[in-house]
Design a protein around this ligand. Structure first.
Ligand code: ATP
Length: 459
């Protein structure tokens, strides 16, 4: 087994960046007899490494074992306290002492629960990472700021305040910060807390008279990630506690990241002194994603489910669900479920059937503006290009397509359509309609584009 493990080590050394190899693989220790029948027994020095290796690398070790021995090898990964082979890394900060005995509480307050597993303490969702966050105009600033904070916690922007509407990826982003910090510096004490849970912690501390423990815990953190801070609305004691924790952490150059559904000054029911402080560092917004980004998000989410989603299907879904990524994900799940339930390929008609309700709920009125926007999105050009005098093919053809669709789907006359396209003459529209009518019988690609656009516009 030791020779297998040595070969595993050199394989990982080649496959992983050095930092990751040193952080996750090198600290593992081989234990037990050198006998294949016992399988491979590995000891991880702490719960965090144990969990990370289990999630990320265990299946790779199994593959390497299968290739090395020509047979499956059992691999046991456990937590060990005996001397590690590599020099021990600085211990994680000791957990806060448990609160005074109380026979009544059903569950100990999460923040105060002593746990040997620092990951559990962090409350981080490890699938929310920078890697699987799709970037676009809507979030590039917020993401760049978040990455800076992750690289230099306490030293970049403090606090980092991220705001935006529901379901736009704020929670994802703040977890990504926490996960990235821990991946680089596993000894950092990172804690994600939803504002409602922070409030519950305050209430419990109050009931159990354990404010000292509560305060000590929150002030001992290196990184505090507070989600949906608008929930502090009207909760005075919570705001007061948070105010002191905030001051203590900032003074100690510990990182605070806050998410909220609005800009600090617009948060209702919040003390001015907190609002002012929220603006001390950097405030960044996440906006609703534009169509292209929604398409990219859908494709990425589908890929994570092992499904290759075609551009057309992604476009149809993205076109109908505009405001919110969570809804977008819901629609994708519906389409995937519908396809596996009916045992059918995921193509345009299936997606439309699966999303009948959603699509039906969207306003079906077709306007020239709507057509222009949809065509511009589809061909990845600007709406303004459709009005412009530009005659390059990349612009002229989509413009003709848009005119053709306007004639087909609205009751507008040729002159009205000409007007809507930057004051063009009605003969230009007539020419466009005839050109597209004749081309679509010979040009499969164009015909396909028209098919998709008609489906999208008609719902
Ligand atoms: N840019 C993106 N790339 C990939 N996934 C995204 C992106 N934006 C949002 N999501 C996904 O959308 C879902 C909703 O995002 P999230 O929970 O982070 O939103 P939120 O802004 O915190 O919403 P709320 O204010 O309701 O809490 C998550 O599953 C998240 O992974």
């Amino acid at each position: 087994m030791s020779s297998f493990w040595n070969s595993c080590l050199s394989q990982f050394e080649q496959e992983l960046p050095l930092q990751q190899f040193n952080t996750w693989i090198r600290p593992l220790r081989l234990e037990g007899e050198d006998d294949i029948n016992n399988g491979l027994r590995l000891i991880a020095p702490n719960g965090f490494i144990l969990k990370w290796v289990k999630e990320r690398y265990l299946s790779r070790i199994e593959d390497l074992g299968r290739a090395y021995f020509d047979a499956p090898v059992s691999i046991a990964l456990t937590l060990g306290s005996s001397k590690p082979a590599a020099p021990p890394r600085p211990p994680a900060r000791p957990a806060a002492p448990a609160p005074a005995a109380d026979p009544s509480p059903p569950v100990p307050p999460p923040a105060l629960r002593a746990s040997s597993n620092p990951y559990e303490k962090t409350r981080l969702i490890n699938s929310f990472t920078f890697d699987n966050l799709v970037v676009g105009k809507a979030n590039d600033l917020a993401r760049a700021a978040a990455m800076q904070v992750a690289q230099n916690p306490g030293g970049a922007y403090n606090p980092l305040f991220i705001y935006g509407g529901a379901g736009l990826g704020k929670t994802h982003l703040i977890h990504a910060i926490g996960n990235a910090i821990l991946a680089q510096q596993p000894d950092k004490v990172v804690r994600y807390v939803h504002a409602e849970d922070y409030y519950s912690d305050v209430v419990r501390a109050y009931q159990q008279k354990s404010f000292d423990v509560f305060k000590r815990y929150y002030r001992s953190l290196d990184v505090l990630l507070v989600d949906d801070v608008q929930f502090f609305n009207g909760k005075n004691r919570t705001q007061e506690e948070f105010f002191y924790a905030f001051n203590a952490l900032i003074e100690a150059r510990k990182q605070i990241v806050i998410s909220c559904d609005t800009y600090p000054k617009d948060i209702s029911g919040l003390e001015d002194r907190l609002i002012t402080r929220f603006d001390w560092g950097l405030t960044v917004q996440i906006e609703p994603p534009e169509t292209e980004m929604r398409v990219a998000i859908l494709k990425k989410k589908a890929e994570a489910e092992g499904v290759a989603l075609s551009d057309e299907v992604a476009f149809v879904i993205a076109k109908h669900l505009r405001s919110n990524v969570r809804e977008l994900e819901g629609a994708l799940k519906k389409v995937l479920a519908y396809s596996s339930f009916h045992g059918r390929e995921i193509e345009l008609d299936l997606a439309k059937e699966a999303l009948k309700d959603v699509i039906g709920a969207v306003n079906r009125q077709i306007t020239v503006e709507n057509i222009q926007k949809t065509v511009a999105d589809y061909y990845k050009i600007k709406v303004a290009d459709l009005f412009s005098p530009k005659r390059t093919r990349a612009i002229a053809r989509p413009r003709q397509v848009a005119m053709w669709l306007a004639k087909d789907l609205t009751a507008h006359s040729y002159p009205m359509i000409g007007d809507a396209f930057g004051g063009r003459d009605h003969t230009t529209v007539l020419h466009a309609v005839r050109t597209i009518d004749s081309l679509r019988t010979k040009d499969n690609e164009l015909n396909h584009d028209l098919h998709v656009l008609l489906q999208v516009l008609k719902g």
